[in-house]
Design a protein around this ligand. Structure first.
Ligand code: CDP
Length: 236
């Protein structure tokens, strides 16, 4: 059997990382790991447990000790349609963690060192046997710096805001295009400028600007790299 590899996909908000990563994982029969979902679940946990005040201020000590005593368990499972679900303490939080309220707070939670340690440990434990596709912000730079394939995804701000806007609408949320664009800008800014593991392209990452690409073209682009180098082909 061919050697299993790690495929790390990083990039800005709403560049289509998760759509791409899920298809790659399915086509290679690999595990898909959504690191952003872990930060989102932690944010949702902090909100539900009252660790985020009315003005968005985070009660860091309370959150940290709650995580450290092991009150929080997050993992992934498949639902009956075979779709990845984020499970927190035994309950699916998949829908809740995608809400705009969580999106607007998540980057502040993701800046905290103990939060990043918690997530990194989980990701490394699942990824140690390889055969994984992971998307996020710091996977190729910090979590799996030895990943065999690193991709850095970009797209214009307008394309990204339009995608997120359509996605929210399809879920029945009615945020305006302007507020979505503003939210994306803010999040990218915090993600790029935080002290620990900021969002940036790894030196050895392949850049993929998918502003005007179809998902089929994206898969073909990656197959052209995987086939000769790893004897792998994403069945699509
Ligand atoms: O909304 P989108 O799918 O683009 O983002 P996400 O992957 O769900 O990630 C949500 C947020 O989690 C990001 O904006 C980052 O603040 C944080 N994150 C991170 O800091 N490091 C990662 N590896 C993944 C996500």
């Amino acid at each position: 059997m061919d050697k299993k590899i790690i495929i790390a996909i990083d990039g800005f908000s709403s560049t289509g990382k998760s759509t791409f990563a899920k298809l790659i994982a399915k086509g290679l029969n690999y595990i898909y790991l959504d690191s952003g979902a872990m930060y989102r679940a932690l944010t949702y946990y902090a909100m539900s447990a009252g660790f985020i005040g009315g003005k968005g201020e985070i009660k860091k000590e309370e959150l940290q000790s709650s995580i450290e005593v092991g009150k929080l368990n997050i993992w992934f499972d498949l639902n009956d349609k075979g779709e990845s679900q984020t499970i927190m303490n035994g309950v699916s939080v998949e829908q809740m963690i995608r809400k705009s309220k969580v999106s607007s707070l998540v980057s502040k939670i993701a800046e905290l060192d103990f939060v990043r340690n918690f997530v990194d440990k989980k990701l490394r434990a699942i990824g140690e046997n390889k055969g994984v596709v992971i998307d996020g912000r710091d996977i190729g730079t910090a979590v799996f710096p030895n990943a065999e394939i690193k991709i850095f995804m970009t797209a214009t701000e307008e394309v990204r805001a339009r995608r997120r806007y359509e996605e929210l609408r399809s879920k029945g949320e009615n945020d305006s295009y302007e507020s979505v664009l503003e939210g994306i800008r803010k999040r990218d800014e915090i993600d790029q400028n935080r002290e620990i593991h900021p969002l940036k392209k790894a030196d050895d990452a392949l850049e993929l600007d998918n502003s005007s690409m179809t998902i089929t073209e994206e898969i073909e682009w990656l197959n052209a790299i995987l086939k000769p180098n790893f004897n792998l082909e994403i069945k699509f």
